[in-house]
Design a protein around this ligand. Structure first.
Ligand SMILES: [Zn+2]
Length: 353
């Protein structure tokens, strides 16, 4: 490490042939001495309790940067790794069509197989597990291999099957357009698992699409539609007489950098008042463009689940739907689902890196 410039406000060093400028407040806030930083890995120092720090002196000593601060006197030592650290980047997105199945016998017992399955969930937004025992409640056992189960008003697990008088269209034999589950919740469940206990006789295949990729493409091709869908809030509502859930958010949610963070798309639960900003023909035109692109996406994965198959997906990124099926006996297609946490997936993966 070489010292290039020092002022009261900042220090510029050369690190691995790269210039890096560190400002005084950041440096003072990142002191790792015993008084400022706990062995637990958390900060003790509270930067707002002192007057704004200035750099009084800096030098490189034994490969480390030593800084003397004022007006509140403090001496800090920084090693090159602390100054060079960068935020961890997400892995590059992978296509749903490249995914392969992971056998539950391996995922259940072998940490390498678990990581390989979770790496799919992180990179593609979806992971596939086969040969899961066809047992009631098993979907929660799979989730708890890596995440707590998120219980909702649908229970700890929920059944998706055709019922005579459905309270939710998921419990009919109709086809379901691609959608986000529970868009009327704040926050929306981040991870969903669906386990096939009985296959459908005819039809009823499952469809998945990477809606974040589709939205990012829309931003490039039709910036006006993207702008409308990412800046206009809409309401999503669920009301069965016992539970009334409502959340307001744009269909496409952006992060502070203007990149797509989450998708909320569910025609069954969308509610707009006549004077809603989204009730315009312009908004509807953008909405239809996006929905058509989702349904026709060339990266869409369509798969007919067999008993023992399980899908696990990022509910804010990958939308799911199904084709209509024939419910002849009432004993056809039965999926069992539960919600879990995407941050648990990332945590297990990050702990291995
Ligand atoms: Zn310190």
């Amino acid at each position: 490490m070489e010292l290039l410039e020092v002022s009261e406000r900042s220090i510029t060093v050369e690190l691995d042939a790269e210039r890096r400028t560190c400002e005084a407040s950041w440096l003072r806030d990142h002191c790792r001495c015993e008084a400022c930083w706990s062995p637990s890995g958390q900060r003790i120092f509270e930067v707002w309790r002192e007057p704004e720090p200035v750099i009084e002196h800096a030098e490189v000593d034994g490969g480390d940067l030593v800084v003397r601060f004022g007006p509140t006197p403090h001496l800090s030592t920084f090693n090159p790794a602390e100054l060079a650290a960068r935020p961890q980047e997400r892995p590059p997105a992978r296509s749903l069509r490249q995914l392969t199945w992971h056998a539950w016998s391996a995922v259940a017992l072998d940490d390498g197989a678990l990581l390989s399955f979770l790496a799919d969930v992180e990179a593609a937004g979806l992971g596939l597990v086969s040969e899961v025992p066809v047992v009631d409640g098993q979907v929660a056992v799979v989730a708890e291999r890596f995440s707590p189960v998120l219980e909702t008003n649908y229970g700890r697990t929920f059944d998706v099957q055709a019922l005579p008088d459905p309270k939710n269209l998921a419990s009919s034999d109709l086809g379901l357009a691609l959608h986000t589950d529970n868009p009327y919740r704040e926050p929306v469940p981040t991870l969903q698992l669906l386990h096939c206990l009985r296959a459908s006789g005819e039809g009823g295949s499952s469809r998945f699409v990477d809606a974040m990729a589709v939205a990012t493409q829309l931003q490039e091709d039709d910036p006006e539609a993207f702008e409308l869908l990412s800046t206009t809030e809409v309401s999503f509502v669920f009301d069965d007489g016992f539970h009334r859930l409502e959340a307001r958010a744009p269909l496409i949610e952006l992060d502070a950098r203007g990149e797509v963070r989450a998708i909320r798309h569910n025609a069954r639960a969308l509610r707009l008042q006549a004077d809603d900003p989204a009730s315009s023909n312009r908004w509807y035109s953008a909405y239809c463009t996006f929905a058509r692109r989702l349904e026709a996406d060339p990266g869409l994965l369509e798969v007919t689940l067999a008993p023992g198959d399980l899908v696990c997906f990022d509910n804010r990124r990958v939308l799911h739907g199904r084709t209509a099926f024939q419910n002849r006996t009432g004993e056809d297609r039965l999926l069992q689902g539960c919600y879990a946490a995407m941050d648990a997936v990332r945590s297990v993966l990050a702990a291995q890196r």
